[in-house]
Each structure stands twice: as C-alpha cells, then as structure tokens.
Unconditional design. Structure first.
Length: 471
C-alpha cells in the first residue's frame, strides 16, 4: 500500500526505521510528530506599520514511553541522521523492558475537515492585511471622537503536521489560523480608558471581510460612556450574574484545568477522587469540544493523532470524564479524548483543553436571572486572572459590569475582582440561561506551553462570590 508522507522528505520506510530506533532500548510506545509552520505578523499603530515579520519553523519531535518513563527529543530538520540521533536520545531516556516492533502502517482518515482554508495565508499580500487593519482604525475613529490611539495587530499561521506511531497509524493535518486584535485608548478630558477586542479562527484569508471588521469595531466602541462613568463599588460576598460568552474564561481557568487528567492522575486536582459524583446542580453539562468548525480550539486530530471529538466532562451535574491524552487514558483504562496537545514539535504532548463551554440551561433569559437578584453585580468582560489548580481558588479582574439592585441593572462598575473557589462556585450556580455564546477571541492557554483555545458559557447566576471593591 502506498501511503503519502507529505512534504517532509521522509519515506514510509524512514518512519518505520525511526520508530524501531526509538523502541530499540525497550519501550511501550513511540511516536513521531513532524511539523512545518509559516507564521506572519503585522502591527499598525496610529495608522503606521510599526512592526511585522515572517517566521518559519520546521522539525520533528520523537517520544518514547516506557511505563512511567518518558523520553523526548527533537530535531530541527528532517535529515535522517539528525532524526536517528533524536530517536536514540529518546530511547536512551526511556530505556528498559522488552523491545517491541512497529505495527503495520495504515493511514487514519479524518472523519471531517473542521477548517478548510479557501484562501491560503501564504499567498496573501501584506497590502491586503494592512488595508484591513487601516479599515479597523479608521472606522473606530469615525465612530468614536474621543479616540486617542489605536493599535491593530494581525497574525496568521499555516502548519503542516504529519504523525506516525508504533501502532503504524499515519495521520496528517493542515492547520490554518488567522487572528485580528485591536486595542483603543479613549479620553474624555478627565479620564482615560482602554478597550480591546480580538477575533481568531482556524480559517484562511477568507476571514478578512467586512463582518470581522465590523464585529471588532462594534466591540471596541461599545460601552464607552458607561466606562467613563464607572466607579468602584463596595465589596463583599454577593450574587454574580456572568454574561454569556467571554465569562467562559472563568469556566476554563477555575474549573476546566481541574478536569485535565494529568492533574488528576497525580492527585493535584480537587476532582481527583470525584469521578461519577454529583458536583453541581442537575441540568448543568460542561463540554470540551474539538469539533466546532473553524473554531480556534478545533482539532481534526490532536497532537498524538487521535481524532478530534466532543467530550462531556460534566453531564447533568455529574462528573463523567477527565480530559485525556494517551498516557492518562492508559492509566485510567479509558479511550483518549483527543486532548493531547503541544505548542510545537519541541514539546511533549500533555492534556489540554480545546473549546470549553457550558451547554444551555432552562432558566430563561439573562434578564430573568438579573430580575431574580436583589443585590449583586452583572459582569461581562474579564481580563487578568490567577488560579490555583490544586485548591481551585481563583481571582479575576472585571473589565466591565453593572450593579444589580432590586432586579435591575444600575450603575456601571470597574476596578473590581471576582474571588472564589472553582468547585464551590460550580456548586453555587443557581440558574443557567439559554443564551450560550462561544467567544471568538484570541484566547491562548499557558499551561507549561502555549496552545490556542476558546471558551463559552450561557449567562449564569452564581449565588455566592466575593467581590473585591471599595470600602
């Protein structure tokens, strides 16, 4: 059978030889991860291109597993001498045990292409990108006369990936990514504020259209009057209504990481001993999904060659699955969930989220949630946050929100923190609206390595959170 091995200059026989070299010291598993990436970025600052560049990355990572030992090495070329050296290094680190042979080579076909790029980023002229950034800036200045500065940035990446392992599985993927982000600074003569917005998709240059420009501009200029009026409220423990969409970052940070199987396998997560238990109210389901078309977190295959899939971590209030790579899946005796991800060929894959969100509830609209609160706050934009994975404690800075008084939104608030504990906040969710929104921003997770992700949530009412504000 003739199998394609992409443009990396290696034959199927080369792949088999490298796996044999990796297993030569004894091991349970060997896999190869070839990657070629072409990356471009541009920044427009006040109408002028202030920085930009192009970068190419190319190489192969080789991993050998032997029980609890992992050997990993990489080569920044696909010359067979360099690759054999990397395979021997990985084998040496994980040496011991009986030598295994490679399985019969066979292609693993992708059941779906979640991100077909109709226009290859590598064929797009810089002038077209600069024109898009200029349109964003000029429209912001046209819409908002109090604009002081605008910084608009663009980045794109086209990655070709080839994976082969000791089961003989050969998988390939072409991964596009395009991102636009803008930060604007506004002043009313007394106060200076800034707003930012971003959009990021696994898509080709077809994304550079009016819809993405209009969406970014609308988000950046929205709520400027309220932001100038916003004050820091009195703090304390109170009910918090989290708006749909970007509030999902709290779900990602304060809860999602605690569902990743490596933390649980090592006993570092508060959920380590709670599989099959009820951890929140009935009706709540939390998903990590690699199958949203064009989504920043989408994966035709993860970085271990496992097909992308949708994983229910919480089903109707019960913890039903962790997020697994191949290592944790073997430890727990379950199938991998397609969450083995890595920053590049230089890194070992580990369990990572993709698109993490809570499914719709049945408690009405966000207005219904707000109407049920006598005293609290409504928040819809977050920025910096800190989380302790083991304990689940978190702190998030609120970019914008409003007081809730007697079931109505009143004064805008700013400069406050939301403080709580992930498992406790999950258990304290009292209502979930039916307005699920997947945020399309440029979210990047930094767990040991950088990985593109996305998040989402319907509007939710959390009964008890600490709001850090004025006295």
């Amino acid at each position: 059978m003739k199998l394609k091995t992409n443009g990396f200059g290696v034959s199927l026989e080369d792949l088999q030889a490298l796996v044999a070299e990796g297993l030569s010291g004894g091991g349970d598993w060997c896999d190869l991860f070839f990657e070629y990436s072409a990356y471009t970025s541009l920044m427009l600052r006040d109408g002028i291109v202030s920085s930009g560049g192009c970068h190419e990355d190319y190489g192969c990572g080789i991993r050998v597993l032997n029980g609890e030992k992992t050997g990993y090495a990489y080569a920044e070329s696909t010359d067979m001498r360099a690759l054999r050296k990397a395979a021997r290094s990985a084998a040496s680190i994980a040496s011991g045990g009986s030598v295994k042979a490679c399985g019969t080579p066979h292609s693993v076909e992708c059941p779906h292409n979640l991100y077909p790029a109709r226009r290859d980023w590598r064929e797009v002229e810089s002038a077209a990108i600069i024109s898009t950034l200029q349109r964003i800036e000029s429209e912001i200045r046209r819409r908002e006369s109090r604009t002081l500065k605008v910084m608009a940035t663009f980045s794109c990446d086209m990655s070709e990936v080839l994976m082969f392992n000791s089961l003989g599985e050969l998988t390939q993927d072409l991964r596009p990514m395009g991102s636009l982000a803008v930060t604007a600074i506004f002043s009313n003569g007394k106060k200076v504020i800034n707003n930012n917005a971003s959009r990021s998709y696994r898509a080709g240059a077809e994304m550079l259209g009016d819809s993405v420009v209009n969406a970014l501009v609308e988000e950046v200029v929205r709520g400027i009057d309220e932001a100038f009026e916003a004050r820091r409220p009195r703090g304390g423990k109170m009910s918090v209504v989290m708006g749909a969409g970007a509030s999902g970052i709290l779900l990602h940070e304060a809860m999602g990481h605690a569902f990743e199987a490596d933390f649980n396998r090592k006993g570092q997560s508060v959920f380590s001993e709670r599989m099959g238990q009820k951890i929140c109210r009935s009706g709540i389901s939390i998903v990590d999904d690699g199958c949203l078309p064009g989504n920043r977190g989408a994966c035709n295959f993860d970085d271990e060659g496992v097909p992308g899939q949708k994983t229910y971590m919480v089903t109707d209030g019960v913890l039903t699955s962790f997020l697994h790579d191949r290592i944790s899946a073997k430890f727990y005796g379950v199938a991998p969930t397609g969450n083995g991800r890595r920053e590049s060929f230089r890194y070992n894959p580990i369990p990572r989220m993709r698109a993490t969100y809570m499914e719709n509830g049945s408690d009405g609209s966000v207005e219904d949630l707000i109407a049920s609160v006598k005293k609290g706050i409504y928040v819809d934009r977050f920025s910096n946050g800190q989380v302790k994975i083991g304990e689940g404690d978190f702190t998030f800075f609120v970019k914008s929100g409003r007081l809730i008084e007697n079931g109505r939104l009143t004064a805008p608030v700013s400069d406050i923190n939301i403080i709580g504990n992930g498992p406790r906040a999950l258990a304290d969710i009292r209502a979930v609206a039916s307005d699920l929104t997947i945020d399309e921003g440029q979210w990047t997770c930094g767990k040991e390595q950088s990985a593109p992700v996305s998040c989402g949530i319907p509007s939710v009412l959390v009964e008890h959170l600490t709001v850090g504000g004025g006295q």
